[in-house]
Every structure is written in C-alpha cells, then in structure tokens.
Write a protein that binds this ligand. Structure first.
Ligand SMILES: NC(=O)c1ccc[n+]([C@@H]2O[C@H](COP(=O)([O-])OP(=O)(O)OC[C@H]3O[C@@H](n4cnc5c(N)ncnc54)[C@H](OP(=O)(O)O)[C@@H]3O)[C@@H](O)[C@H]2O)c1
Length: 339
C-alpha cells in the first residue's frame, strides 16, 4: 500500500525539505483478532504528527521505524478479525487509532475495534477525519478530568485552533461560560463558535482580563501556562495538553525511574506555582477511546458540535499539509483526502 513514512526522526528526507516524509510502499497492516481493517478515505493532520516526525516524542512513544504517520482517520471497513463484534465490512467509521498503532497517512490501517466508532451521519469523510483526536482531547480534558459543570467558567487558550474550536463548542454544550484567545482576524469568527469572551492576544493580556475561572485548558507554551495560574480561582484546575508532563503521567505510561524523575523536574515549577494558589495542575495526553468517540458522535448528530475544517490537501501533498499545520496558524483543522 502507498503511505507517508518516517524512516528516521528529524532529518529523514532529501532536497529542499529535509524533514519530509517519504512517500512509498509499505506492507498491508497486520489484522489481529479484534481488529478492523479500514480503507482510509481521509486523515486528519495534527501538530502531534510533526512532533513525532521530528523525534520529539521518542521517549514517550518509542516507535519502531519505518513508521507510517497519521493519528486521525475516516474510512470504510474492508475486513474484520474473527473476534470483532461491533463492525462489519462496508461500515463507515472514524477513529483516533491507539497511540501504539498509528498510521492513517496510508491507504489502509488496522485498528482494534475498541478504538473505532461509526462515522457521524451528517459528516463527509473529510469532516469526520478532523474530529477524533481533538474531540477526544477536549472531552478528556473538560468532561472527564475537569468534570465541567453548568455555569462554571472555563478559559480555553487558542480558540481558533484544532483543539480550541472543538473545546469551545463542547464547553458551551455543557453549559459553561467560555473565554478564549485568538489574533485579530479570528476574533469575530471565534465568537460565532460560541465563546462568551474573546481576547485578542495581540492587544490584551489575558491574565489581566480574566479572573476567578474554574478551569483552564492550556495548549500553549510555558509563559502562557505560568500566567494561566493567575486566571484561576482557589480550587481551580489547570490542565495542560502541551506540557510539561507530571508524575501522574509518568506513572500512567509506566515511565522508568529516570524518565519519571525528568518529568517531575520539568513540571516542578508550575506545580509549585499552582500549589501556592490552591490550584490543581495536571498534564493530559489524550488516549484513543471508541466509546467516548460515540458520545462525541451523538453531539455531532444532534447538531450541538460542528466540524471546522480549514483546508483539505490531496494525499500526494501530505508533506505540505504537515508543514501548514506546523506553522501554527490553522483556523480549525487540516485534512488529507485519499479518495
Ligand atoms: N496532549 C494531548 O493529548 C494533545 C492533544 C491535542 C493537541 N495537543 C497539543 O496542543 C497544541 C494545540 O493543538 P491544536 O491542534 O489545537 O493546534 P493548531 O490547530 O495548530 O493551533 C493553531 C491555532 O493556534 C492559535 N494560536 C497560536 N498562537 C497563539 C497564541 N499565542 N494565543 C492564542 N492562540 C494562538 C492560532 O491562532 P492565530 O493564528 O489567531 O494566532 C491558530 O488558530 C499543540 O501543541 C498540540 O501538539 C496535545
């Protein structure tokens, strides 16, 4: 099958773009007992793809190379393993594959059925492929971990990004009051997604405007993270998806003592800042979860959340799609179309 492949982390390509993925042939993925084999129609592109390609996740996600990249998929089931109960050939599905079995930048991908859900009725394949990773991230941060309740105040950094556009809609659906940040050209557009307060970060400092928030979802760097502490009230929750990782995460992934120590060290400062103000800091690394994805499907089918796809690239242009996402200016999601 044709696929976009990481041969070596970082500088693994040739010519003008040294970090380019190689477009080449890979064997069809192995189909295990509880797997569905899916013909990929569309694949969502995430910042995570570029970070994996660059080798930034080597310690957390030790992949064997060559690796087919791609963390979001929509497509059609073509074959199922003998243990599969919930899917049959012909089903239109979408998924964020398990982190150990990524590879949606390819014609075929095999996934455990527990990671997969039937695609929302109303969505095209490209729209569906834009949802799983960011949808599950927002769900796991705001609903599972923060247990967001009606009337609570939540601040979502970078409301015009992939995670932000979904998280705003999800928080509004659960009845929260939502503040977010973006740059001038996106302000009105993000308001239309439902945000109650939109701060133009080129004109105002969010930490001077927002106070007494219950939850902050951080997806930016250490500066924004440190300032986020000031936005929260005592007892509030600061959840970061862009690091630094903490001890609980080290335990979750079974990190060796050295890696666990490094993670404790990396998060020492923010944990101390948070503790001093009675705030709970935690790092979240999202996980694949077909059951949760079905809950997301229900919200999409009900019209409560809509996908936000800014650009669709043809399969051959996967490297361009990745480069576009890496610039960090995407308005919503970027998707690759295979068929
Ligand atoms: N831990 C996890 O499980 C997990 C899951 C998903 C994502 N992530 C991480 O979370 C981060 C965000 O992911 P994403 O997919 O949402 O990224 P993205 O879609 O690439 O984000 C792009 C958006 O960020 C906005 N932005 C950039 N700088 C900003 C700033 N200083 N203040 C406010 N907005 C800013 C841009 O808006 P403007 O053009 O208006 O600036 C743009 O719309 C990435 O680092 C990703 O790796 C982690």
């Amino acid at each position: 099958m044709k696929a976009f492949i990481v041969d070596r982390y970082g500088r693994n390509g040739h010519g003008r773009n040294p970090a380019a993925l190689r477009f080449g042939e890979m064997p069809e993925p192995e189909l295990r007992d509880n797997d569905v084999l899916v013909q990929v129609h569309a694949a969502g592109v995430n910042a995570l793809d570029a970070k994996i390609r660059n080798g930034e996740f080597k310690l957390i996600l030790p992949y064997r190379l060559p690796l087919v990249l791609g963390n979001d998929v929509a497509g059609v089931v073509v074959r199922v393993g003998p243990g599969v109960r919930s899917f049959k050939p012909g089903d239109e599905i979408y998924a964020r594959p398990h982190q150990d079995r990524i590879g949606s930048f390819a014609e075929l991908i095999a996934m455990n059925e527990s990671d997969v859900a039937i695609k929302p009725n109303k969505l095209s394949m490209e729209e569906a492929a834009s949802i799983p990773l960011v949808g599950l991230t927002a769900w796991q941060a705001l609903i599972e971990r923060a247990q967001l309740k009606k009337g609570q105040k939540v601040f979502i950094h970078a409301g015009s990004g992939g995670v932000g556009t979904f998280a705003i809609q999800l928080a509004k659906y659960f009845g929260a009051f939502v503040a977010t940040t973006t740059s001038t050209p996106n302000v009105e557009w993000v308001k239309r997604l439902g945000a109650d307060v939109v701060i133009d970060y080129t004109k105002e400092n969010f930490e001077e405007v927002l106070h007494d928030y219950d939850v902050v979802l951080n997806s930016l760097g250490s500066d924004a993270l440190a300032k986020s502490v000031r936005v929260l009230k005592r007892g509030g929750k600061l959840i970061s998806i862009s690091g630094p990782p903490d001890s609980a995460f080290a335990k979750d992934i079974g990190a060796n003592p050295f890696l666990a120590f490094v993670m404790r060290l990396l998060s020492f400062r923010i944990r101390r800042q948070a503790r001093r103000r009675g705030i709970d800091y935690s790092f979240l690394f999202m996980r694949a979860d077909g059951e949760q994805l079905r809950k997301v499907t229900a919200l999409i089918d009900a019209g409560a959340i809509r996908p936000v796809v800014e650009r669709v690239f043809p399969f051959e242009s996967t490297n361009d799609a990745l480069a576009y996402v890496e610039k960090g200016r995407a308005r919503g999601k970027v998707v690759i179309k295979l068929r």
